[in-house]
Design a protein around this ligand. Structure first.
Ligand SMILES: NC(=O)c1ccc[n+]([C@@H]2O[C@H](COP(=O)([O-])OP(=O)(O)OC[C@H]3O[C@@H](n4cnc5c(N)ncnc54)[C@H](O)[C@@H]3O)[C@@H](O)[C@H]2O)c1
Length: 348
């Protein structure tokens, strides 16, 4: 069977870990990469031996050799590039978030429906092995009926210069980090009926990151039609490495998943080691290094699943289609509105 030919747009952090995973998946062939920065695209080409390079992503999507466009550029370009790609007859894999404005989200949703092209919303938490195991336990009734969920992604601040500007990022740590628990809880429980959000004000009002226009701390409550409630958190005020944690409370028990620090390794080094976990500022003393973040955070399973949907016609997992990305963005948009207007927002 023919390889699936992939074009990656964005050759830095996300583009790099997508590429590291694509290399390991039989049947996946990355034929082109695009990045506005010449050094980024040349370094990527050299490191991975990619045949073709482009500057702007809108050039890559015209390449007739590409079946699927893998969007790893800053948030404000996701909808624009996805729309152009789908209108040009390409399938799309899109990093989170779906869009940065409701107007763009509407247009991307419409373009997907009209074009009929496949859209894969890349929420890696759905594919993290520990969360998949948790989901099986829940589905088998292991902790009874769910009534309260908590989920957070927190670290010390995004490395990307684009994340500092609301125009490019769409907000602060809610859209950039808390999109993970929001997308995951939407996958588990569907659309909440109402939400409330509370954030640090951004800029000078932030706790630590005065140079970020968006919030550096944010919390939200989602209320689901069956009465279940979820608390989501994103923040840039956490030192010591990225923490992704989910807790679920049911009528017959509870589950706690520590996605980033839950591995079997503990290391004590007086000099420090090469790498511990994403965003860790230091690696000396006791650390809990990840064994393989591409596995534990779900990237390997995620891209492997998308490839098998494209190659073998496997049914796309619930929570990864355009509608799920769109709904996740609607919830995030409502959390921000709630914060601005100081009231609970209904999503009925
Ligand atoms: N799922 C996850 O856990 C996860 C983790 C990290 C990043 N992401 C997402 O991946 C995306 C990229 O994040 P990043 O950390 O790699 O950012 P980054 O700043 O490290 O890299 C973005 C790259 O995109 C390039 N770029 C910008 N505009 C472009 C254009 N028009 N055409 C081609 N290239 C262009 C930039 O030059 C830059 O090299 C973001 O949307 C982010 O939310 C997801």
């Amino acid at each position: 069977m023919k390889n699936v030919r992939i074009g990656i747009i964005g050759a830095k952090f996300a583009g790099g870990f997508h590429m590291d995973v694509w290399k390991t998946i039989p049947g996946a062939e990355v034929v082109a990469v695009a990045d506005l920065e010449e050094k980024a695209r040349l370094d990527f080409q050299k490191k991975y031996g990619i045949a073709k390079i482009y500057g702007d992503g809108t050039e890559l999507i015209k390449d007739p050799d590409i079946d699927v466009v893998d969007i790893c550029v800053p948030n404000f370009l996701h909808a624009k590039i996805a729309i152009a790609a789908m209108q040009g007859g390409k399938h799309v894999i899109c990093e989170k978030p779906f869009a940065t404005t409701m107007a763009d989200a509407d247009k991307a949703m419409e373009a997907q429906v009209k074009s009929g092209m496949k859209f894969f919303y890349a929420e890696d938490w759905l594919f993290a092995p520990a969360l998949q195991r948790m989901e099986t336990i829940i589905k088998n009734g292991g902790i009874g009926d769910l009534f309260f969920l908590k989920g957070k992604e927190v670290h010390n601040g995004s490395h990307s210069p684009y994340a500092k500007k609301i125009e490019y990022c769409g907000g602060g740590c809610i859209i950039h980090l808390a999109c993970h628990p929001v997308g995951y809880f939407h996958h588990l429980l569907g659309m909440p009926s109402k939400v409330a959000g509370f954030c640090s004000p951004g800029g000078d009002g932030n706790f630590i990151h005065k140079d970020f226009e968006g919030e550096d701390w944010g919390l939200g409550i989602l209320q689901f039609p069956n009465g279940a409630k979820a608390q989501i958190e994103g923040n840039y005020i956490t030192s010591g490495g990225m923490e992704d944690v989910v807790e679920v409370y049911g009528s017959d028990g509870r589950i706690r998943v520590d996605i980033t620090f839950g591995g079997p390794l503990s290391v004590c080094s007086t000099k420090g080691i090469d790498y511990a976990v994403e965003k860790a500022e230091f690696t000396h003393g006791w650390t809990r290094p990840a064994v393989n973040e591409n596995e534990s955070l779900g990237y390997r399973n995620e891209l492997g699943h998308f490839l098998s949907c494209l190659k073998d016609g496997t049914e796309q997992m619930h929570g990864t289609d355009a509608r799920s990305g769109f709904n996740t963005f609607r919830i995030i948009d409502a959390l921000y509105r709630s914060h601005r207007e100081g009231k609970t927002i209904s999503l009925d």
